[in-house]
Design a protein around this ligand. Structure first.
Ligand code: GDP
Ligand code: MG
Length: 423
């Protein structure tokens, strides 16, 4: 059984918790894209963790956690994450694909320098080096993990890379130049750190599939941050779609049995870009305070997230581009304070109402068409049976299910592991 768990919104839908639930039943959990720029929050018997690069199966002794070839691997950061688990007595099983590319120290610098240069036109990057990393990967000036173990070739490659980078550093950014020798030494220290984890994960997975192992593909961010189908250029730089999981992990496309799209009961987003159902001021602050478990502040950056009402147009589109076979509707408990709950059911663009998710030039002009559903004004945490939810709460879920056209099989009503309703 192979399941992909992916976001259908702008990220931070609560994928970490859903993945954690399924990780327990999985033999293998794989991260297939992204890097340390986003985070999952997981609360379990060991405490509260913000996982950035580590797959969510790291808490289970029986689960092998793979960092797939599609990931942007920040090695020192990964070591810190592993260390923080070890401090709590957890010894994770980790494998890193030999084809995963290495996020270089200069990727982080270029990310910072470019945002500085753009000033008020900046993208709101987390400055983790993700965009420069993926540009280099596709420009074919990236370094694969396996390259770290062939020092002579690596040295040559670094010289070639620094030649180009230094032109930009000198003439565009006015910043200190890169020294290929110093970089080489740094990479040699990385190679020692990760050597025990690196392997041919492709062969490993071929074998695992032939043995019918349970495999979980774990997505980062959400559909609307996908560089092809999202709100480009306010997206991330690697595909966030379940379809890409097959590439970023090394699995045949027809092998994915279930795509679980995680959808939040309201909207939140980080970074710039159009966000049609966005709310502001006190209205936003009220929702932000109740959202998530410690409020809607980024797991990686601590930045307050932008808030909005549930957006049917964006979420249905998000589920469609993910190819969702089921939906996990999360953080429903956060809405319990509202008398009536606004839901964005369509967009109005220049006087025309549409339910089709448009390109950015149109999206930027779109106004939300709101419908108001009655609230339930009750704390629903602790309820584990769908039928025991207040009627208005059930109606809210059923309204969303109908609007998305995909069965909502999971509802979460609290950040903790057991705070979940399965239908
Ligand atoms: P991810 O990036 O999709 O994994 O999501 P994040 O972990 O960044 O953000 C989701 C936040 O919501 C975290 O703080 C979770 O602990 C929290 N959370 C997840 N599910 C629920 C829920 O059902 N109710 C509440 N109140 N918080 C939740
Ligand atoms: Mg997150």
């Amino acid at each position: 059984m192979i399941r992909a768990i992916v976001g259908a919104n702008w990220g931070d839908e609560g994928k970490g918790k859903i993945t954690d639930m399924f990780a327990e039943e999985s033999d293998i959990v794989i991260r297939f894209q992204g890097g340390s720029n986003a985070g999952h929050t997981i609360i379990n018997q060991y405490g509260k963790f913000a996982l950035h690069q580590l797959p969510s199966g790291v808490f289970y002794e029986h689960t092998v956690n793979i960092i797939g070839n599609g990931v942007a691997l920040n090695i020192p950061y990964l070591m810190k994450e592993i260390e923080s688990l070890k401090e709590k007595g957890i010894n994770p099983n980790i494998l890193i694909s030999e084809r995963t590319q290495v996020l270089m120290p200069y990727h982080i610098l270029f990310d910072q320098y470019e945002e500085e240069r753009l000033k008020e036109r900046q993208f709101g990057s987390t400055k983790s080096g993700i965009a420069p990393f993926y540009s280099d990967k596709y420009l074919k000036t990236g370094i694969q993990v396996c390259d770290l173990f062939y020092p002579d070739r690596l040295k040559e490659e670094l010289r070639r890379i620094c030649e180009v980078k230094n032109v930009l550093l000198k003439h565009l950014y006015n910043k200190p130049l890169l020294d290929p020798e110093a970089l080489f030494d740094e990479l040699m220290s990385y190679s020692e750190m990760i050597r025990p984890y690196v392997t041919n994960t492709f062969d490993y997975l071929q074998k695992a599939m032939s043995e019918n192992k349970n495999i979980l593909l774990e997505g980062q961010l959400g559909a609307l941050k996908d560089p092809d189908f999202g709100i480009y250029p306010f997206t991330t730089s690697s595909s966030t779609l379940a379809g890409f999981a097959t590439v970023g992990a090394g699995i045949p496309p027809y092998k994915i049995d279930t795509v679980t799209a995680v959808v939040k009961a309201y909207s939140s987003a980080v970074g710039s870009g159009p966000f049609v159902s966005e709310i502001f001021g006190e209205e936003a602050e009220n929702l932000r305070r109740r959202g998530g478990d410690a409020g809607e502040y980024g797991a990686t950056t601590g930045r307050p997230r932008r808030m909005g009402w549930f957006d049917v147009v964006a979420s249905r589109y998000g589920c469609q581009v993910q190819g969702a076979t089921e939906v996990a509707l999360t953080v429903l408990d956060a809405l319990g304070y509202l008398d009536t709950i606004p839901v964005c059911v369509a967009y109005e663009v220049d006087g025309t109402v549409t339910q089709s998710f448009p390109v950015n030039a149109v999206l930027e002009k779109a106004k939300p068409v709101l419908e108001y559903l009655p609230g339930w004004k009750e704390d629903i945490r602790g309820i584990t049976d769908f039928d025991k939810l207040p009627q208005n709460c059930k109606n809210y879920v059923l309204f969303i299910e109908k609007a998305l056209g995909i069965p909502v099989t999971i509802v979460t009503n609290g950040p903790k592991r057991h705070e979940v309703i399965r239908r």
